[in-house]
Structure formats: C-alpha cells, structure tokens
Design a protein. Structure first.
Length: 366
C-alpha cells in the first residue's frame, strides 16, 4: 500500500477522568492527569512518574453536519452515561459537497457548551483546521475550554483540507507545502503560549512579540496536543516534533505501516516514540452480513476519497467476535485509543451499535 495524502479530514484523542474545576480566586494548580500512551510505558508529568495502564480507551467523534444542538447534547450525555471515555467535535463550516447545502454547527462554541454540560468524559476537537484561525487565538480559546471543563480538553489540530469552504468564505487555500509549514509553526506558537509567561516567536507565517496568555490552562504542563493526518514525509515528521497524540484514519494495517514511519521520524529528531499516544478512526458496524460491510467500505471510499488509505481497513465491522479480533489486531499495531465517527450511517442505527459495542465488546479490553 502506497503513501496517502499529507492531510486528511479530522480525527481525536485520549481521555482521562476529570478533576474538580478550579475554585474562583485560587491559584492555578497542577493537574496530574493520566495520559493515554503505549502499553506499559512510564510517563513523566511534571517530574512525577506515572505507570500507564495497558487497556484501550474508546471515543466518539461527532460530525457537526446535519445535527441539532439538542441532538448533540443528548448523544454526548448518553455516551458519557454508557461508559465512553472521550467525545470530540469536528471543525467545518459547510458540507463538502457541490451543492453546499445543509446545517453545520460551529465547533468551538458547541464544544464550550458541551464542556460545561457533560461533566465527566474527556472532550476535544478532531481536528481543527489550522487555516481557519491564528494559532494564538486557538491557544486562548483552548485554554478557556480547558478551564470550563476542569482540565479535560484534548486539542486536535490538522493542516486544513476542505477546499470548498475556503473558497466560499474567502480563506486562502494555500499549497500543501505552505499549509504544513503553518501547522508546524502553529504547534510552536500554541505550546509556547500555554507554557511561557511571555512568548516571542518569529516564524515565516506567524509572529509573537512579548505575548501573554493569562490565565493558563488547568492541565499541566499543558493540554494534550493531538495532530491528525497520515502523510508519511511531512505530516508524521511534524507529529514527531510536536504531538502528544497522533490520530489517523484506518485500522491495523494503516496504523502499523504509518506507525513504523512515525518511529523513524522520532529517531531522526531524538524522541522516544513511546511518548506519543496513537489513535485510529474506524467506522463501526455490528452485523453478520458481508454485503453490509462491503457497502460501508464503499461509503467510506466515497466520503473520504484519498484521505482513507484503505477503506476496508477503516471498517470495524462484523460479528462481536470478529470485531474483538480486529481490536486485538489494532492493539498489536500500537493503538491506544479507538475513535468511532458519527459519519457514514444513520445516527439511530449507529447509536444502537454504540450501545452493543460498549456492552458486548469493550469489557474484554478494560
């Protein structure tokens, strides 16, 4: 299987159990939060050594298209109540269709409200388009959501890929090379603002001059930064440099192939690859009918196009026993977190499968 596009549609992230939100008037405190990482690794957070657990974590990411606010809130409350670990929103302004028709909820304002109203699971973006906002603005907004949520934010970001919304809203759709250069610089900007009292940065695309960010995030040293994409030459190099978490569309084959290339990039920059959480996005379908699995793979290929390296590998589909086998293969390929998208299938049918998945399949992996 050959390499795929440098940038794909949005992805997500790890999860941890929440702590109580900071009390008004109190000094910022350290939140020593469980990071989802590779099996059995030791993770260091602000000088404390934490033993990572070997079980997987499971998340849902909700497309903001064809949704209502009340529907999203109801779904998130339901998945929290049924044992999921994380929920994320996507970041788009309009459908990726020629007609450009259909409702689309805005990511950040929706996530802020969900962070306040869904109090326990980890919340995040999967992923932001970096071209839509200056990274200093993203750092500030992300900090506020981390505060609102009591330290539960996962910030997922990518280079930006959906050309039609750039055209519609007058946002320059730059070359792939420039979008990736900007993503690399954006990660510098966001991390610096999160961790430094004042930040200076002189990049080709972004600049900071004695820039403050106050208050700081609740999580220390900073919220988890996830980069989505599978481009083997550039995107994975950016992941090796900056990411706490890497997310990609695909199953065991894609994760194993691209994970090996990420390991090479980590070696080149002198980083232990075990310090990067790895997650995969796979579409769920519990069925004993092969024709239904084939139709799901066709739908994925149509909807994601070149962004799905292997549509069949992106299907988490079959009987419960078959799906458990796929998850074991995914673990063996290095996955720490599985995200299931609310794309590709009617929500009522997917919701039934989400409940069955949590009740019949997930217990074997916890």
């Amino acid at each position: 299987m050959g390499p795929t596009s440098e940038v794909g549609p949005g992805l997500m992230l790890p999860c941890s159990r929440p702590t109580a939100p900071p009390q008004p008037g109190r000094a910022r405190h350290r939140v020593c939060r469980r990071r989802f990482g590779r099996r059995g690794r030791e993770a260091t957070d602000r000088g404390l050594t934490l033993k990572e657990e070997s079980d997987m974590r499971f998340g849902l990411f909700t497309s903001m298209g064809a949704q209502t606010w009340s529907g999203v809130l109801d779904l998130w409350r339901h998945i929290e109540a049924t044992g999921w670990d994380i929920a994320c929103v996507t970041d788009h302004f309009m459908p990726n269709t020629r007609e450009r028709e259909g409702a689309m909820l805005e990511a950040w304002s929706t996530l802020s409200a969900l962070a306040a109203l869904v109090p326990r699971i980890r919340v995040g973006t999967i992923v932001l388009g970096n071209t839509y906002r200056h990274p200093a603005v993203v750092a500030k907004m992300a900090t506020q959501v981390d505060i609102i949520s009591g330290g539960r934010l996962l910030l997922g970001i990518g280079a930006g890929w959906q050309e039609n919304e750039h055209d519609a809203y007058g946002i320059p759709f730059l070359t792939m090379r420039e979008r990736l250069e900007r993503l690399d610089e954006a990660c510098h900007v966001i991390r610096s603002l999160w961790t430094q009292r004042r930040s200076d940065f002189k990049g080709r695309h972004y600049q900071l001059a004695d820039a403050p960010l106050d208050p700081k995030p609740v999580q220390t040293p900073h919220p988890e930064l996830m980069i989505g994409g599978g481009g083997e030459r550039v995107t994975l190099r950016i992941v090796a440099r900056h990411a706490d978490h890497w997310n990609v569309w695909g199953g065991p084959r894609v994760l194993a192939q691209k994970g090996a290339i990420l390991d090479e990039h980590c070696a080149a920059v002198g980083r232990d690859p075990k310090t990067i959480t790895r997650s995969a996005n796979m579409a769920l379908l519990i069925t004993d009918r092969k024709d239904e699995v084939d139709r799901l793979a066709e739908t994925i290929a149509t909807r994601l196009g070149r962004h799905a390296a292997d549509p069949k590998d992106t299907c988490l589909a079959g009987t419960p026993d078959e799906i458990r086998g796929q998850l074991r293969q995914l673990q063996a390929a290095g996955a720490d977190v599985l995200f299931i998208p609310s794309l590709f299938r009617p929500l009522d049918a997917l919701r039934r499968d989400l409940d069955r998945f949590m009740a019949e399949i997930v217990p074997a992996f916890r």
